[in-house]
Write a protein that binds this ligand. Structure first.
Ligand SMILES: C[S@@+](CC[C@H](N)C(=O)[O-])C[C@H]1O[C@@H](n2cnc3c(N)ncnc32)[C@H](O)[C@@H]1O
Length: 265
């Protein structure tokens, strides 16, 4: 295979993926251009072709995280997000979860509706996910408490001393600050119009992959997924159709100190 690990390529992602072996990628974390919301350099997009290639190159048990929202056209939400999810299901992926990416600070007001503050994060898996490292969060209370054990028919609750854990698995709604200092501190990344928060990419990388795994972003833009893969000692492969964005991604990754490459082991 001519594709090298830990590189960013400038190409249309469908033709690029054709060069990747079957069952090669552990995890994809990506966000497609959708609904002409933004004018990316060289915009082009075919969801079905991308989904089919992603299915072929993903390992059994591998995961694709697909972050997407909807535009409102003449008062009507496009539901492009759901159309994409159905396409991925049709080509063979399981829709393992439908998660929410909530934005802490969103400027997009709507005069006759509530301010939209989220996008979907679809978790598509090729069979059951082979890796799940759940992210934990603190519980509101912990220690020992008298807890209801079982409710009897006479309405009297039996109480027993129970232990409340310090931590619980996070819910599937994840909230992130966006903008400079929120999404990233890398000023250069903001030359791209729609970057991921670094923490979003990192949380998925930690959840669905292990060290030395191969993390892919076929539409990598400013390179957030690849940067966070590098930081977390995963291998990465990035691709974007725009040379301008590829240059940004390469610069960001160069400026990121940690580098591991299975090629060098
Ligand atoms: C939503 S942005 C991704 C942003 C990225 N997650 C980040 O953090 O910077 C979508 C990207 O898809 C790229 N793109 C559009 N059509 C493409 C194609 N056919 N092949 C590869 N990349 C494409 C655009 O250039 C754009 O950078």
């Amino acid at each position: 295979m001519e594709i090298k690990l830990n590189e960013i390529y400038c190409e249309d992602c469908v033709s690029f993926m054709k060069k990747i072996d079957d069952n090669y990628i552990d995890l994809t974390v990506t966000s497609p251009p959708y609904d002409n919301l933004r004018n990316y350099n060289g915009y082009s997009f075919d969801c079905e072709k991308i989904a089919k290639e992603l299915f072929r190159i993903t390992k059994k048990g591998g995961v694709v995280v697909w972050v997407v929202g909807d535009k409102i056209v003449k008062g009507n939400k496009t539901l492009t997000s759901f159309k994409h999810a159905l396409t991925f299901q049709t080509v063979g992926f399981n829709v393992h979860d439908v998660m929410i990416y909530k934005k802490k600070n969103t400027p997009f007001m709507r005069s006759n509706g509530y301010t939209n503050c989220f996008e979907y994060m679809f978790i598509f898996s090729k069979g059951s996910p082979k890796t799940f490292n759940p992210i934990m969060e603190p519980t509101a209370r912990n220690g020992y408490e008298m807890l209801v054990a079982n409710k009897k028919a006479d309405g009297v609750n039996k109480k027993v001393l129970g232990k409340l854990n310090k931590e619980k698995v996070k819910t599937n709604i994840w909230e992130y600050a966006v903008g400079l200092g929120g999404s990233t501190k890398d000023k250069i990344a903001f030359n791209h119009p729609a970057i991921f928060p670094e923490h979003l990419a990192e949380d998925h990388i930690l959840s669905w992959s292990n060290k030395n795994d191969i993390v892919f972003d076929p539409m990598c833009g400013s390179g957030t997924t690849c940067k966070m893969a590098k930081v977390n000692l995963r291998n990465y492969i990035g691709c974007d159709i725009s040379q301008e964005y590829v240059d940004i991604a390469k610069k960001r990754i160069e400026d990121t100190p940690i580098q591991i490459s299975l090629n060098n082991l």
